[in-house]
Design a protein around this ligand. Structure first.
Ligand code: FAD
Length: 444
């Protein structure tokens, strides 16, 4: 087994984590990463600076003994803090149960910690500034933009949403299918800097949302007291419509006027708004679909390379980490019979990835439109009460975010049925008896 030459393309979150799991099984791994080592310089501008780590991701870190280490560097977020256009705020807890919250963590910090941990194991080698351009399944060759060529028995494609390996399989493997669906919305990262002595200028332990129906802004806290804000807005809107869009915000005056109208409470906290807005790229938001996820028992796609999703459930990384954990359990179960492992991985993960991909799109509309809706707010309040009172009640959000034991597909099936019922109840009655509601849910 240890003579097998293993290569991982992409030393991002999934690739770095996978190298640790493989190294723990005594396997030597080479990782090729197109960027420079992020520990030696700044992280790339425009990638999300912080992200929400939750139970599925924590479970994967726990198995390599890094969960507590990473949680110590994270900020708990107990709920969504809704900011109305008038500047009022309201906290909607993520769960009625104590200890169920999500964690804001630095992407670069997490990635760097995983790389450093990987390097502590014999046989793990990183090669930076090596952009893979494709693979040849016949000759086992991997090609790089630098001109480097290397042979590998097994290749794990962890090279993210724009995966070169996925494109290579698409071009060369008969029957391989791949397409991406993009939202009409893009995103732009902005900053609320820290106050005096690193203080937090808005509530520290919350994920802030400014829902405005056709667009929204969110903000996650960083350890230095700052918040990373992300504006989600349509790339383009019809010129004759009143809808705002990135292409209409062409100068500082238009940008400030837009923020004064829509995010008046945030604007005074963002002194570098115009500078950040015009310097930072506008990102695309897409969902990647492809099939199969493996070829010839030799190449396996995982993480964003296999199933990138829009970020509205905060699950892309958590799902990629769960991929790695599942893969490891299959390596154990099938004694590293790789083609069996790869087929089993695809069978188990594909329906679950599809479920969280579609829930992530649904959650975009929930965060943007519904969180401001009084019926939805009543439903969240009822759900909090149910979670406080009944051990067997979990909202859909809790099933996705806090139940590492429940597959995404099951969370979706149960969650959607439950959501429909509760929305109906909350639309029809101002006062709802929790006991009646739980009985109806148990009967579902
Ligand atoms: P990546 O992290 O993208 O890593 C891929 C790596 O491969 C990169 O290092 C890249 O440089 C490298 N690479 C690319 N091409 C090549 C090549 N040809 N050769 C060699 N190397 C290559 N997820 C959450 O769980 N919670 C969140 O709160 C959250 N927020 C998000 C916010 C935004 C705005 C976005 C866009 C995403 C968010 N996500 C979140 C999703 C998360 O970022 C991804 O799901 C996660 O990064 C996937 O990890 P990965 O390792 O598969 O891909």
């Amino acid at each position: 087994m240890s003579n097998t030459k293993i290569t991982i393309i992409g030393a991002g979150l999934a690739g770095s984590l996978l190298s640790i799991y493989l190294a723990k099984r005594g396997l030597a791994v080479d990782l090729f990463e197109s960027r420079d080592d992020l520990r030696s310089g700044g992280a790339a501008r425009g990638r999300s600076i912080n992200m929400a780590l939750s139970d599925r991701g924590i479970a994967a870190l726990r198995e390599i003994g890094m969960d507590q280490y990473m949680l110590d560097a994270a900020i708990p977020m107990h709920g969504r803090m809704i900011h109305t256009p008038a500047g009022d705020t309201k906290l909607l807890p993520y769960s009625g149960r104590k200890g169920e919250y999500i964690n804001s963590i630095s992407r670069a910090g997490l990635n760097a910690a995983l790389m450093t941990e990987a390097e502590r194991h014999d046989g793990v080698s990183f090669f930076f500034k090596e952009q893979c351009t494709g693979c040849d399944l016949g000759t086992k060759e991997l090609k790089f933009a630098s001109g480097r060529m290397t042979e590998s028995d097994l290749v794990f494609a962890a090279d993210g949403a724009g995966s070169a390996l996925r494109q290579s399989l698409d071009a060369n493997v008969e029957g391989f299918e791949s397409h991406s669906d993009f939202l009409e919305h893009g995103y732009k990262e902005l900053v609320i800097p820290p106050g005096d002595a690193g203080s937090f200028l808005i509530e520290k332990n919350a994920l802030h949302i400014w829902p405005r129906h056709k667009f929204m802004m969110i903000a996650l806290p960083n350890l230095d007291g700052s918040f990373t804000c992300t504006l989600f807005l349509a790339h383009k809107a019809a010129a004759d419509s009143d809808e705002p869009s990135f292409d209409k915000l062409t100068d500082e005056a238009k940008l400030i006027e837009f923020f004064e109208r829509e995010f008046a409470d945030a604007l005074p906290l963002m002194p570098a708004l115009a500078e950040d807005f015009f310097a930072n790229p506008t990102g695309m938001l897409g969902t990647v679909h492809c099939s199969p996820w493996h070829a010839d028992g030799r190449v396996l796609l995982l993480g964003d390379a296999a199933h990138a999703m829009v970020p509205f459930y905060g699950q892309g990384m958590n799902c990629a980490f769960e991929d790695v954990r599942t893969l490891d359990s299959l390596v154990e179960r099938y004694d590293a019979d790789w083609s069996v492992v790869f087929s089993a991985f695809e069978r188990e993960r594909m329906p679950n990835a599809a479920a969280i991909q579609s829930m992530a799109i649904e959650n975009f509309y929930e965060m943007r439109d519904k969180v401001a809706d009084p019926v939805f707010q009543r439903k969240r309040e009822l759900e909090t009460r149910l979670e406080q009172t009944y051990d067997d009640y979990f909202s859909k959000y809790s099933m996705v975010t806090f139940r590492e034991d429940l597959p995404y597909s099951e969370a979706k099936r149960r969650g959607n049925a439950q959501d429909e019922l509760l929305m109906r109840l909350c639309a029809n009655a101002a006062q709802i008896d929790a006991e009646d509601a739980i009985e109806l849910i148990r009967a579902l």
